[in-house]
Structure formats: C-alpha cells, structure tokens
Design a protein around this ligand. Structure first.
Ligand SMILES: Cc1cc2nc3c(=O)[nH]c(=O)nc-3n(C[C@H](O)[C@H](O)[C@H](O)COP(=O)(O)OP(=O)(O)OC[C@H]3O[C@@H](n4cnc5c(N)ncnc54)[C@H](O)[C@@H]3O)c2cc1C
Length: 381
C-alpha cells in the first residue's frame, strides 16, 4: 500500500511493481495533481529516471528557460545568470513542472491510483481508509509529503519532526498571453528584503508564478490569496497582475524540512518529503524522493530482513547533507537585506567566471551522487 501519488509514491510504485509486488496507491487529492510549480531536476534523481528509461519523456517536457534574471520594481534588469552558466554548475539539469515529472512516472505504471482517499488509521500492516474500507498489507509506504498523515499516525505529531525555515511560499499557474509574451522563457524575479516574487512563461500563453516571504510563524492563513495580496500589494512590476489572478486553490505552504531519527516501524516505511523534506531552498527534493524510492526497492530486493534500516542508512546522510546545504541557500534565494540582494546579483553577473561558477556550484549542488551505490555493490579493500 502506497499512500500519496506524488514523486516518491509513484516512483516507489514503479520500482516495486517491477520487483513483483502487488501495488495499490491512494491519493488524498480528488484528482491527480498535474502542473504545479517549476522544479530543477538533476543529481541522483536524474540517474534514477535514466535507469527507468524516462529521460526522453522528461526531456520532451523540459521548459525552455533561457536565463534567471533579477529585475527591479520597474522590471528593469539588475543581473542575469544564463542557462549555459547554470547548466555548467548543475549538470544535466531539466527544468519542468512538478506535475509533469509526476505524470511521466504515472504514465509508466500499471497500478491504478485511488484518488480522493486517505488513511484514517495505520496499525502496522492494517490500514483503514477515509471511505471506511480497510485492508491488510505486507508493506505500507508513507509517501504523503511534508505533512504526512502516515507519519503522524505511526510516529507522532508533526511538531516533533518538522523544522520551520521562517518562510511561507505560494505557487500557481495562469493563462495570460500578453504577459507570457512579455516575460518570455526567462525566470524573472523581483527581490526586496524578506520577499521575492518571480514568474516565467510556461507554454501556450500560460505563466507560472512563485512567491516567497519571511514570516515569524509557520501558521498558515485562512485565506492564502488575501494574505498574498496583503504581503505583496505594495510591489510594482508584475505584482498587481499576478495578485489579481491568484486562484482560490493556490499551492501555499510553510517552508520546512523534516528531520526524524527513524524512518520505519514494523511494516511501515516513509519515503520522500514525509521523512526527509529538504525544502525548496535546497531544491533537490524531487531528486531525493525518486532516489529514496529506488534505494528502498533495491534494498527490499536484496532481502526484506533489515531492508528498511539499510535503506535509511544509505539515504539519511544524503538527506541531512542536502538539508544543511538548503539552510545555507536561504540567503541566496531570500536575501534579508538590500546589500545581500546586491551581493547575490553581483554573483549572477559574474557567473561566467570560472571562480564564481565554482562558488555557485558549491551553493547549488550538494555532493550526493554516491547515494546510488549500494554497500553490497561497493568494491571493498
Ligand atoms: C516551490 C517549490 C519549489 C521546489 N523546487 C524544487 C526543485 O527545483 N528541485 C527539486 O528536486 N525539488 C524541488 N522542490 C521539492 C519537491 O517538489 C519535493 O521535495 C517533492 O515533490 C517531494 O516528493 P514527495 O512525493 O515526497 O511529496 P509530494 O510531491 O508533495 O507528494 C505527496 C503526495 O501525497 C499526497 N498526500 C498528501 N497527504 C496525503 C494523505 N493524507 N493521504 C494520501 N495522499 C496524501 C499529496 O496530495 C501528493 O500527491 C520544490 C518544492 C516547492 C514547494
């Protein structure tokens, strides 16, 4: 039983059904979550996608983003990092919508997904669902994201495991042919101390928007669209256009990481953000979610006895390393003062220089590729 049809859940389903497991998936959302926000997909997850034979399908959905541009409140360019420079620091990066990555994995699955369903009780392998039905399973994979219900039911309250990183974020897509032509396939962003608003053209006249702001409290507002209007209403550039189209079901969340000492109990195991969210600041969450799913399936195939512990011992150091790196990246993505914004923009401007590229590489690429080499396959001696 896999709970959550996101990146980790779908990839777990893919590997487990190929290993001969009879897989069922439940998803809380009323329908499959397509679209969403743009992610940069690279690192070990990229290698997992290659092993799954999915790279051509992912490449076909690649967003043709040509640069990342920092603009001022009139939309004038302050600094720019070209895609060529970015690709030089982020090997093989594919920028695409989170929902496109999920769809590519889903389309290669045999298992069906029961949408509009969650779990109300998990007692080792015995699972009770929100529609009142229940079942007994050999393996329960909690892949239900940063606010995991499985984690709460089996391991304890979120407050014990979730580390708030002091920011709220929102992301949404909308159609605006004129704005889309004006912004183009450049990720453009306006940063003022403690706030960032960014957007880019996606395809067919559609745009994707991302907002990020500092907030002392992780508590989410009752009306996210109103909260965004209040926070960003004084900004110029495209802010008024974006704020006028925030959908009621906007993706809105606190930015946080998940840190828990043990990722498994009995027949239950967690994967992806549920046990190791690294946050959007670290930017490798989807990659690690796919890697975790693959490593879990590899260890189960090597023998169910002790498989969860071996999976955790391979994945946890990479997750912790990426989380630490993500906390350092906050200052890049959400600089807290005007001079820090200027410093970040200066680094963008100088990104063509090898020494600056090296510095940026250290900031955007944690060294986690080794996670895919299992201990049993590592040469000894
Ligand atoms: C704005 C933003 C930008 C990001 N940028 C990047 C990036 O550039 N690169 C990168 O690699 N990562 C990035 N990430 C992180 C990445 O999206 C996540 O780490 C990744 O999606 C985690 O996968 P997951 O399957 O664990 O969780 P999710 O993708 O969140 O999927 C969880 C699934 O479980 C479902 N669910 C939730 N609760 C329940 C329940 N109770 N019952 C059943 N189902 C449930 C959800 O609806 C969802 O479908 C970004 C994240 C954000 C928010």
């Amino acid at each position: 039983m896999i709970v959550g049809a996101g990146i980790a859940g779908l990839t777990s389903a893919w590997w487990l059904e190929r290993a001969g497991w009879d897989v069922s998936v439940v998803e809380k959302a009323p329908s499959f979550r397509a679209g969403g926000y743009m992610i940069d997909f690279f690192g070990p997850g990229h290698e997992v996608a290659r092993r799954m034979g999915l790279l051509p399908a992912l490449e076909a959905r690649r967003a043709p983003i040509s640069s990342v541009t920092s603009v001022d409140s009139s939309g004038r360019r302050r600094a720019e990092i070209s895609t060529a420079a970015y690709e030089a620091v982020a090997d093989g990066v594919i920028s695409l919508l989170r929902g496109d990555l999920a769809s590519v994995v889903r389309d290669d699955l045999r298992a069906s997904i029961r949408c509009g369903t969650t779990v109300s009780a998990v007692d080792d392998g015995r699972v009770t669902f929100s529609d009142g039905s229940s079942g007994e399973f050999d393996l329960v994979v909690g892949a239900d994201g940063v606010h995991s219900r499985v984690r709460e039911l089996v391991f304890g309250p979120s407050s014990s495991f979730v580390r708030y990183l002091g920011h709220h974020t929102a992301a949404f897509s909308f159609r605006d042919v004129e704005l889309s032509a004006r912004i183009g396939h450049r990720y453009q962003m306006l940063t003022v101390p403690q706030r960032m608003i960014g957007c880019y053209a996606v395809r067919d006249g559609s745009m994707a928007a991302l907002m990020l702001y500092r907030s002392a409290s992780p508590e989410l507002p009752a009306d996210p669209a109103a909260a965004l209007r209040e926070r960003f209403g004084d900004l110029g550039w495209v802010a008024p256009s974006l704020l006028s189209v925030v959908p009621q079901d906007v993706y809105y969340d606190e930015v946080s990481q998940v840190d828990m000492p043990v990722w498994h109990r009995g027949k239950v195991v967690l994967v992806g953000d549920a046990c190791g969210a690294v946050s959007l600041f670290a930017g490798h969450g989807a990659s690690l979610a796919m890697t975790g799913a693959c490593v879990l399936a590899e260890e189960l195939a090597a023998g169910t006895e002790g498989a969860f512990a071996r999976y955790q011992s391979r994945m946890k150091p990479a997750v912790e390393h990426t989380q630490e790196f993500g906390r350092r990246f906050i200052g890049w993505m959400a600089p807290s003062s005007a001079w820090r914004i200027s410093l970040r923009d200066l680094a963008f401007q100088l990104s063509g220089l090898p020494v600056v590229r090296k510095l940026i590489r250290g900031s955007v690429s944690p060294d986690i590729d080794g996670v895919l080499v299992s201990a049993s396959r590592t040469p000894r001696g």
